[in-house]
Design a protein around this ligand. Structure first.
Ligand SMILES: *[C@@H]1O[C@H](CO)[C@@H](O)[C@H](O)[C@H]1NC(C)=O
Ligand SMILES: *[C@@H]1O[C@H](CO)[C@@H](O)[C@H](O)[C@H]1NC(C)=O
Ligand SMILES: *[C@@H]1O[C@H](CO)[C@@H](O)[C@H](O)[C@H]1NC(C)=O
Ligand SMILES: *[C@@H]1O[C@H](CO)[C@@H](O)[C@H](O)[C@H]1NC(C)=O
Ligand SMILES: *[C@@H]1O[C@H](CO)[C@@H](O)[C@H](O)[C@H]1NC(C)=O
Ligand SMILES: *[C@@H]1O[C@H](CO)[C@@H](O)[C@H](O)[C@H]1NC(C)=O
Ligand SMILES: *[C@@H]1O[C@H](CO)[C@@H](O)[C@H](O)[C@H]1NC(C)=O
Ligand SMILES: *[C@@H]1O[C@H](CO)[C@@H](O)[C@H](O)[C@H]1NC(C)=O
Ligand SMILES: *[C@@H]1O[C@H](CO)[C@@H](O)[C@H](O)[C@H]1NC(C)=O
Ligand SMILES: *[C@@H]1O[C@H](CO)[C@@H](O)[C@H](O)[C@H]1NC(C)=O
Ligand SMILES: *[C@@H]1O[C@H](CO)[C@@H](O)[C@H](O)[C@H]1NC(C)=O
Ligand SMILES: *[C@@H]1O[C@H](CO)[C@@H](O)[C@H](O)[C@H]1NC(C)=O
Length: 418
C-alpha cells in the first residue's frame, strides 16, 4: 500500500521510473550568465494527520521540473535566493550569506500544501505549512562549490529532508561555474577519532612578521570526526529500564543570529549516565565535564513512545531546551532504530546529530532491546525500482497478450468471412 503510493507519486511528479530523479536549477543574472546553481536529489518525508485521526507519512522526491521564478542572484543589499516551486503549491527555498572570503547557506525553507490530495490524501488540516531553519552548513570558500554525494538529513518537526548527490554554488562570477569542490564531511573517508597523539607541538610560533597587504587565506576546514557510539543505560534497582545506543553530536550557536556553529561530540568514555524511568515519562541524562545533555521520552495514547524533550547546557557557553518535540516515535514494547546520520532541529540555536541510534525508553525486558522499529530513512526508495520494473513488465506482458488476443480474434473473423 505504502509503496504503491510512493510509486504513484514518483510517476505523477514527473520523475522517470528508471531514470534518476536529480533536479538541476540555474539562476541567471541580467547578462544571462549563471550566478547560482543547484543540482541534487531531495526526498521529502512528511508526517501529517488524516481525517480518521491517524498519522500518515508521505514521501516524495523534488521533481526535476521546477520553476525558479522568484530566485535572484542577489546584490549589495539582497541575498542570493534559490526558490523552487513545484507541484500544487509546494516550494523549497535556500538563501545564502557571505563575507569577503566565505559564504554559506543561511536559511532553508520548505512550504507544503496539504490541499494537494495526491501527496496528502485525507489530510485533516488542509492548508499551507512552512518549516524553516538556519542550517549548520560549513563556510565555503568563495569560488568553491559545495559537493556532497552521500545523503545528509535535515529534520524539522514533521518534515525530513534527505539530500543526496548535491552540488551547489552561489556567488558565481562571470557565469563560470567552479570546478573546485568543497566536500562535505559525509563524503570524507570515515575519520573516526583519528588516533593522533597530539602533544602540543613545541614550535614556538613567534607571530610572523608578514605585513604584505592582507594575504587572502582560504579557511582550511577541519573535518569533525564522527561521534563514537555509546551504550547508555538507566537502571531501577538492578533492573535495566532504559537503553540507548547512539553516537551523539551537538551543533549549537552561542549567538542570537546563528552566525557561527560550534560542534561537540559526546565521548562515551567520559560520560556519566543517569536518568529516570516512569510509566509515561523517562529520561536519560549524559554528563561530560561541564556539559549536560538530557533526553526526555514520553508516551502517547499508551501505545507509542517518542522523544519529547531535549535539554542541553554547556557551562558558561550555552543552555537551551525544547520540550515539545515529537521525534523517534515507535510502539511501546519495541525499540526505535535509525542507523543513518540524522540532523534534528531542536531549537533555532541547537541541532542534534545522531548515528547508529537505537533507543528503548519503556518496557525493557531482560536488560536488552526488544524488536526494533526502523526509521523510514534506513529504507530508501531504491526498493521501488524492482517494483517499478515489475509493474512495467507486467504492463508489457498484458499489452502483448491483449494484442495477441485481438490479433487472433481479427484473423479468426477474417477467416470466417472468406
Ligand atoms: C538568455 O538566454 C536565452 C537562451 O539561453 C535566450 O533565449 C535569451 O534571449 C537570452 N537573453 C538575453 C538577455 O541575452
Ligand atoms: C505534525 O505532527 C503532529 C504530531 O506528530 C501533528 O499533531 C500535527 O498536526 C502535524 N502538523 C502538520 C502541519 O501536519
Ligand atoms: C555594490 O557595491 C559596489 C562597491 O561597494 C558598487 O561598486 C556597486 O555599484 C554596488 N552595486 C549596486 C547594485 O548597488
Ligand atoms: C534568508 O531568509 C530568511 C527567511 O526568509 C531571512 O530571515 C534571512 O534574513 C535571509 N538571509 C539573508 C542573508 O538575507
Ligand atoms: C569571514 O567569515 C569567516 C568565518 O566566519 C571568518 O573566519 C573570516 O575572518 C571572515 N572574513 C572577513 C573578511 O570578514
Ligand atoms: C592509538 O594507537 C595506539 C597504537 O597504535 C593504541 O595503543 C591506542 O590504544 C590508540 N588509541 C585510541 C584512542 O584508539
Ligand atoms: C619541548 O619543550 C620542552 C620544555 O618547554 C622541552 O623540555 C622539550 O625538550 C621540547 N621538545 C622538543 C622536541 O623540542
Ligand atoms: C618583526 O618586526 C619587528 C618590528 O616591526 C622587528 O623589530 C623584528 O625584528 C621583526 N622580526 C623579524 C623576524 O623579522
Ligand atoms: C535483583 O534484585 C532482586 C531483589 O532486589 C533479587 O531478587 C534479584 O535476584 C536481583 N536480580 C539480579 C539479576 O541480580
Ligand atoms: C573506551 O573504554 C573502553 C572500555 O573501557 C575501551 O575498550 C575503549 O578503547 C575506550 N575508548 C577510547 C576511545 O578511549
Ligand atoms: C489510541 O489508540 C487506539 C487503539 O490503537 C485508537 O483506537 C485510538 O484512536 C487512539 N487515539 C488517539 C487519540 O490516537
Ligand atoms: C509496558 O509497561 C507498562 C507498565 O509497566 C504496562 O502497563 C504495559 O502493559 C506495557 N506495555 C507493553 C506493550 O508491554
Amino acid at each position: 500500500m505504502e509503496s504503491y503510493k510512493n510509486l504513484l507519486l514518483l510517476i505523477v511528479l514527473g520523475c522517470g521510473v528508471l531514470q534518476s530523479c536529480a533536479m538541476r536549477a540555474e539562476v541567471y543574472d541580467n547578462n544571462n550568465e549563471t550566478c547560482l546553481y543547484a543540482d541534487m536529489e531531495l526526498q521529502f518525508t512528511i508526517k501529517y494527520e488524516t481525517s480518521d485521526k491517524n498519522m500518515s507519512t508521505s514521501s516524495f522526491l523534488l521533481p526535476s521540473n521546477v520553476s525558479t521564478t522568484g530566485s535572484t542572484c542577489g546584490d549589495n543589499t539582497t541575498a542570493p535566493l534559490l526558490k523552487l516551486d513545484f507541484g500544487d503549491g509546494h516550494s523549497f527555498t535556500v538563501n545564502f550569506t557571505h563575507n569577503q572570503t566565505v559564504y554559506h547557506v543561511d536559511v532553508i525553507t520548505f512550504v507544503y500544501n496539504t490541499n494537494d490530495s495526491l501527496i496528502f490524501p485525507n489530510a485533516s488540516a488542509k492548508g499551507v505549512f512552512t518549516v524553516a531553519s538556519k542550517v549548520t552548513m560549513p563556510d565555503l570558500p568563495m569560488d568553491d562549490y559545495y559537493k556532497c554525494v552521500n545523503p545528509e538529513f535535515l529534520i524539522i518537526n514533521n518534515v525530513t529532508m534527505k539530500f543526496s548527490n548535491v552540488s551547489v554554488q552561489a556567488y558565481i562570477k562571470d557565469g563560470n561555474v567552479s570546478k573546485q569542490a568543497f566536500e562535505c564531511d559525509a563524503d570524507t573517508p570515515t575519520t573516526l577519532a583519528p588516533n593522533v597523539t597530539t602533544h602540543a607541538p613545541n614550535v614556538t610560533t613567534h607571530a610572523p612578521n608578514v605585513t604584505t597587504g592582507a594575504p587572502i587565506t582560504t579557511p582550511v576546514p577541519t573535518p569533525i570526526p564522527k561521534p563514537e557510539t555509546g551504550n547508555y543505560l538507566v537502571k531501577t534497582g538492578n533492573v535495566t529500564c532504559l537503553l540507548a545506543d547512539m553516537g551523539l553530536q551537538l551543533n549549537f550557536s552561542t549567538t542570537k543570529n546563528q552566525s557561527g556553529w560550534k560542534v561537540i561530540n559526546i565521548v562515551p568514555n567520559d560520560t556519566l549516565t543517569s536518568g529516570t524511568c516512569g510509566i509515561d515519562t523517562s529520561s536519560l541524562k549524559l554528563q561530560e565535564n561541564q556539559m549536560m545533555v538530557e533526553l526526555v521520552f514520553a508516551v502517547k495514547n499508551s501505545t507509542k513512545f517518542y522523544l519529547n524533550g531535549v535539554n542541553v547546557s554547556i557551562s558558561g557557553q550555552f543552555a537551551d531546551s525544547n520540550n515539545s518535540l515529537e521525534y523517534w516515535e515507535a510502539s511501546i514494547g519495541s525499540s526505535y532504530m535509525c542507523n543513518k546520520n540524522q540532523n534534528f532541529k531542536i531549537t533555532d540555536n541547537l541541532f542534534l546529530t545522531t548515528l547508529d541510534l537505537r533507543v528503548q525508553p519503556f518496557n525493557v525486558t531482560d536488560n536488552k532491546f526488544s524488536t526494533a522499529e526502523e526509521c523510514f530513512l534506513d529504507s530508501d526508495l531504491s526498493f521501488l525500482v524492482p517494483i517499478a520494473v515489475g509493474v512495467a513488465l507486467g504492463f508489457l506482458i498484458l499489452l502483448v497478450l491483449i494484442s495477441y488476443i485481438i490479433g487472433r480474434k481479427k484473423s479468426h473473423t477474417g477467416y470466417q468471412s472468406v
